[in-house]
Design a protein around this ligand. Sequence first.
Ligand code: 2AM
Ligand code: CA
Length: 265
Amino acid sequence: MNLQHILQPSLDLIKETGAFIRQEGKNFDRANIEHKGLNDLVSYVDKQAEQKLVEGLRQILPGCGFIAEEGTAQAADEEYKWIIDPLDGTTNFLHSLPVFAVSVGLLQGQELVMGIVYEVNADEMFWAIRGQGAYCNGERIKVSPIAEVSQSLIATGFPYYDFGLMQTYLDIMEHFMKNSHGLRRLGSAAVDLVYTAMGRFEGFFEYNLKPWDVAGGIIIVQEAGGTVTDFKGGSDFIFGGELLATNGKIHQEALQTIKERWHKA
Ligand code: 2AM
Ligand code: CA
C-alpha cells in the first residue's frame, strides 16, 4: 500500500482533533477530571478526541486494528494497526500548561511504518513515513549534530506510579544533571521524541512508558536520523516500556550511563 495516500487525510484528521482539544482547553473545568489510577488522569476531552480519531482512521484505512489509550478499540490480527494517544500530556492539558500532543503511529505487522505527532499549542505537525524522512510543517527535519553528552540537552519523564526503581532513576538523572547542558521534563513523551527528532533535544529517556506514548514519535526520530533503543540497547522499545531516543551520535555514551546503573538495580 502507498502510505502517501493515507498521509494527507490522516494529517487533516489529526489537525481537526487538535483544534477540538485546543478549543476545549479554553474553558476546561478541572471538575471534569477522572482518575484512572495513581496520578493517571483522564477527561472527556481525551475520550472524545480518541473517538474522533478512531472513527476517522477507520474510514481512512478500512479493516485496520487499534491500540488506543482510552480503550475505545481493540486490535486482533489485522495487518495494519493504529497506535493512538489522543492527548499525550494530559496532566499538562488539565493544568493549562501548553505542552501536549496528539500522537498516532501505524504498525504494519511488527514494524512502525508511519508516525504523526501534532503539538497542539505550537501548531507543529510532525510526521514520518518509513524510508521517506521526517517532517515538521512541511520542512524536512534532522537530529542535532552534537556528539557529546556534555554539550547536550536531555529530556526525561519522572515516574508517576511504580516508584520501586526511583533511586536508580535518580542516580541516572544525577549523572546527566552534572554532565550535560541540563535535563528537561516536559510531561509529554510524544513531544520529547519529536523535539529530539528536530534537534531541540539531543536525547530523551524514560521508563514506564506505554506504546501509545511513543509509537508516533519513534519513527519520526528514526527517520530524522536518530537512534532508538530500549535500556539494554535492544529493540523492545514500542511495547517494552523503557526507551532511549537520541540523535545517534550521543547514543552509546548515554546508553552506557543508563545501562550500568539500571540493570544493577
Ligand atoms: P498521557 O498524558 O497520555 O497519559 C510520560 O511522562 C508519559 O506518561 C506522558 O506522555 C503521559 O502520557 C503519561 N502520564 C500519565 N500520567 C502522568 C502523570 N501524572 N505525570 C506524567 N506523565 C503522565
Ligand atoms: Ca493520553
